[in-house]
Ligand binder design. Structure first.
Ligand SMILES: *Cc1c(COP(=O)(O)O)cnc(C)c1O
Length: 351
């Protein structure tokens, strides 16, 4: 259990006293007169489907998410992609030119980009050779200004999940926020940490509709945390951060959760098939790492050469050779069956 955590102490001073912008639609609450007319927000009254401002609290989207994920609405905040959520967390908790965050490369690049953008020191502690966090080094690096520890599990670009023991130890021993990025959790057979947000008041989980839910184009990220943390982030988010078209498309998709699950299981079986094919049949591939995500990291003889050769064959993958611990590594997203076949044919031809 967590004892030394105090949300109030972590918050920036200016955020503690902040009064949120109150939008027209925030003020009017659930009055049940049937024929209400809305002359409060200077909208154009001619109906075209999107002439009104969207629901600033995205209640219909949250109702569906709450049901699917088994989390109460008060524990959910939506953002314009996970990227907006991560930025909100920085702005709520990290004092520019004073505080620091901890990231564990090789990992998702946005944590570091947002640190730079917000003038926050990024203390990088490399994962160990199994791509697991180095708990002792992390705890040695922490000081009173360490506000956030970013854990990405399953991790991008390595594809593995961090062990439960390690995540739990970090949640207990680190007294700042632990942001656990679960962008790829729906491709994993390991359980999400969602059920633990009550137990660990410093746990913030981010997920997204960009990957397993197939909606990268609408930009919808999800944050799950204690009511107290969600309330803070709600106070500082732009009032209409999730546009109406995004809300509509998310609702349609979440109502067809069966379709989503079907696509996920197809991608998982394609990932496993692709892994076997890569291991057995391409001689310059030295290693295919285990993956709990919808991509595979492979180690080859010469990543940059192979990357360029594949482009000649019309196949674009990601060259990760310049990332720490990823020398000569390539990251390959799992496509539909025909795409994976095309990839395999190209890989075999370029010997
Ligand atoms: C793709 C990805 C995201 C998704 O970001 P969005 O802004 O929601 O599209 C988040 N975290 C990681 C690690 C990712 O790889």
């Amino acid at each position: 259990m967590k004892t030394n955590f105090n949300l109030e102490n972590l918050l920036r001073e200016n955020i503690k006293s902040l009064k949120p912008y109150s939008s027209a639609r925030d003020e009017y609450k659930d009055v049940t007169i049937t024929e209400m007319i809305f002359l409060d927000a200077n909208e154009n009254p001619f109906e075209n489907g999107v002439n009104r401002y969207p629901d600033p609290q995205q209640n219909n989207v949250k109702d569906l998410l709450s049901e699917i994920k088994g989390v109460s609405k008060e524990n959910i905040l939506l953002g314009n992609g996970s990227d907006e959520i991560l930025d909100l967390i920085y702005r709520a908790f990290c004092e520019p030119n004073k505080d620091n965050v901890i990231t564990l490369p090789p990992t998702y690049g946005m944590y570091g980009v947002l640190a730079n953008l917000n003038a926050i020191e990024n203390r990088k502690i490399l994962l160990n050779n199994n791509f697991q966090p180095n708990v002792n080094k992390i705890l040695e690096t922490v000081d009173v200004n360490s506000k956030i520890l970013f854990l990405c599990s399953p991790n991008n670009p390595s594809g593995n999940s961090f062990t439960n023991d390690i995540v739990e130890e970090l949640l207990i021993k680190f007294n700042g926020l632990v942001v656990l990025d679960e962008a790829y959790i729906d491709f994993s057979d390991k359980e999400s940490w969602l059920k633990k947000i009550e137990k660990f008041p410093n746990l913030v989980i981010t997920q997204t509709l960009s990957k397993a839910f197939g909606l990268a184009g609408i930009r919808l990220g999800i944050c799950y945390a204690s009511k107290e943390i969600i309330k803070v982030l709600n106070n500082i988010k732009p009032p209409y951060n999730i546009n109406e078209l995004t809300q509509q498309r998310a609702i349609v998709r979440l109502q067809k959760i069966g379709e989503v699950k079907n696509e996920i299981s197809q991608l998982i079986s394609e990932r496993n098939r692709l892994k076997k094919e890569l291991e057995c049949c391409v001689n310059y591939i030295e290693k295919v790492y285990n993956s709990d995500a919808n991509f595979l990291l492979i180690k080859v003889d010469d990543a940059t050469k192979r990357y360029k050769q594949l482009i000649e064959y019309g196949v674009v993958i990601r060259n990760r050779t310049n990332e720490p611990l990823c020398n000569n590594c390539l990251r390959i997203s799992v496509g539909i069956c025909e795409e994976n076949q095309k990839l395999l044919r190209a890989l075999k031809k370029i010997q």
